[in-house]
Design a protein around this ligand. Structure first.
Ligand SMILES: CCCCCCCCCCCCC/C=C/[C@@H](O)[C@H](COP(=O)(O)O)NC(=O)CCCCC
Ligand SMILES: Nc1ncnc2c1ncn2[C@@H]1O[C@H](COP(=O)(O)OP(=O)(O)O)[C@@H](O)[C@H]1O
Ligand SMILES: [Ca+2]
Length: 460
């Protein structure tokens, strides 16, 4: 409960309780209800009781560490936090330590080495998927170091992080927020933090030659999404619109990449990527199953326009159902989507289906597998000197293309888009770690027919 907003008369001050109210399209709002009571002692008793009830809810955070990326999205991170989020945290009696980052990897390194994590009930990041990725890298690395786990071993079982992470969307895509809450709205996300929601999430580890490279939570994309990202980073001044510009440009270049994808199918789980059901809040198929028997690895070789691993739906405002609409947030699997070389027209049909309810997998040149691990080996990469080859290859191709401007050959390598960050290696090995982290979220709620009955209000 907040303190009284204003006294009606000095002898009969009102008391105001703030609570969460559901609005349209998964939006949450903070509303107030004001009680008047002529009996001062009874009024105090009410306030005391409500305070006690709220304090007893141990799932609610009381002290948070907040990182703000002032550089992401439309560069509004600080303003969004100060105007929309901080007043709500104050109203819910949550104290905060706020750090506005000064450079890339500031938050990651602070979490990894310096932050006094014992003081906090959670970490909040204000930014996009890249900023969230920094927080995950900081927390996961710190947890492994504290527990003596070697991140360089691809087979190592990682130790789950105990602190929950809240995302206040202030980036360009914000697909991790959208796919776990159902909307990119700072107030809604702040309210999910305040009520102490908890959503476990899978994390993929990415290795190259037994060396740890990165973690991925949403999309690992080679080919189309890697090329879009590489091009868009040079156009950051355009803000979020850079992805539309680079997306269109990359679509026109229509490069394909040759290689082999091997994968370990997740045969012992209930769902498939072609299901019509969706990962939603409440009881669902989202649990970590233990493989009962060993299945063999599958291999697919060929020329690909895109190789995507979606560990969650990757729903976002550009694609409200996402890259893999039936993917689960926390089932220990990732949906491996292979888009073979096809005509520009067919690729456009495939891409456009991401923006509607049509099935983007129902096309002869697209296949999708739900997997626990996978590897990609580009055709030109046979040994450890891949990076040298890449550099030489790039020089060679750019020379050829300069000499023959009309040539439409594809370069040998793309790069991986790892949650919006570029990975410099093409050959990678990926494994899914079931429920390694937890968010202050609850998954997307089904829109109830009778909102008030199905979802009772929740006091702040
Ligand atoms: C020509 C018609 C094109 C229609 C394409 C629609 C398909 C959109 C699918 C989008 C999937 C996005 C997956 C999310 C990736 C993010 O992690 C990443 C970084 O986000 P942020 O840090 O917030 O900027 N975003 C991207 O890689 C942007 C991909 C945009 C592709 C057009
Ligand atoms: N203060 C800063 N200055 C520059 N870059 C930063 C800063 N803080 C974080 N970053 C980096 O900014 C990049 C983009 O951040 P993100 O929040 O994902 O925004 P966007 O969604 O616009 O890409 C990430 O790579 C992150 O590491
Ligand atoms: Ca998953």
């Amino acid at each position: 409960p907040s303190s009284p907003l204003y006294p009606v008369t000095p002898s009969r001050p009102p008391s105001t309780v703030s609570y969460v109210e559901r609005a349209r399209q998964h939006r949450w709002r903070c509303s107030d209800v004001t009680f008047h009571c002529s009996d001062g002692a009874l009024r105090q008793q009410w306030i005391q009781t409500i305070r006690e009830q709220l304090t007893a809810l141990t799932s609610r955070p009381k002290h948070l560490l907040v990182y703000i990326n002032p550089y992401g999205g439309k560069q509004q991170g600080e303003c969004i936090y100060e105007q929309k989020v901080a007043p709500l945290f104050a109203c819910a009696s949550i104290s905060t330590d706020v750090i506005v980052t000064e450079h890339a990897n500031h938050a990651r390194d602070h979490l990894k080495t310096e932050a006094e994590l014992k003081k906090y009930d959670g970490v909040v990041c204000v930014g996009g998927d890249g900023m969230f990725s920094e927080i995950v890298h900081g927390l996961v690395s710190r947890t492994q170091r504290d527990n003596g786990v070697d991140q360089n071993s691809p087979e190592e079982k990682l130790v789950p992080c105990s602190l929950r992470i809240g995302i206040i969307p202030a980036g360009s895509t914000d697909c991790i927020c959208y796919a776990t809450v159902g909307i990119n709205d700072p107030v809604t996300s702040a309210l999910h933090v305040i009520v102490g929601d908890s959503q476990p999430m899978d994390v993929c580890s990415v290795h190259h030659n037994n060396t740890f490279l990165r973690y991925s939570i949403s999309l690992l994309g080679y080919g189309f999404y890697g090329d879009v990202l590489a091009d868009s980073e040079r156009k950051r001044w355009m803000g979020p619109a850079r992805y539309d510009f680079s997306g269109f440009k990359t679509f026109l270049t229509h490069h394909h990449y040759e290689g082999a994808v091997s994968f370990l199918p997740a045969t012992d789980i209930l769902g498939t990527p072609r299901d019509k059901t969706r990962c939603r809040a409440g009881p669902n198929l989202c649990f970590c199953s233990i493989p009962e028997y060993e299945v063999g690895w599958g291999v697919v070789r060929g020329k690909f326009l895109a190789i995507n691993a979606a560990s969650m739906s990757c729903a976002c405002p550009r694609s409200p159902m996402g890259l893999s609409p039936a993917a689960h947030l926390a089932d220990g699997t990732t949906d491996l989507i292979l888009v073979r070389k096809c005509s520009r027209f067919n690729f456009l049909r495939h891409l456009l289906r991401h923006t509607s309810k049509d099935d983007q997998f129902d096309m002869t040149f697209v296949e999708v597998h739900r997997v626990r691990r996978f590897r990609f080996t580009p055709r030109h990469c046979q040994n450890d000197s891949e990076l040298d080859l890449r550099e030489n290859g790039k020089q060679l191709f750019s020379q050829i293309c300069r000499d023959h401007p009309a040539c439409s050959c594809s370069p040998a390598y793309s790069s991986w888009n790892c949650d919006g960050e570029i990975l410099p290696h093409a050959a990678i090995e990926v494994g899914v770690h079931c429920q390694l982290i937890k968010l202050f979220a609850r998954g997307i709620e089904e829109q109830p027919l009778f909102e008030d009955l199905a979802n009772p209000p929740c006091a702040l």
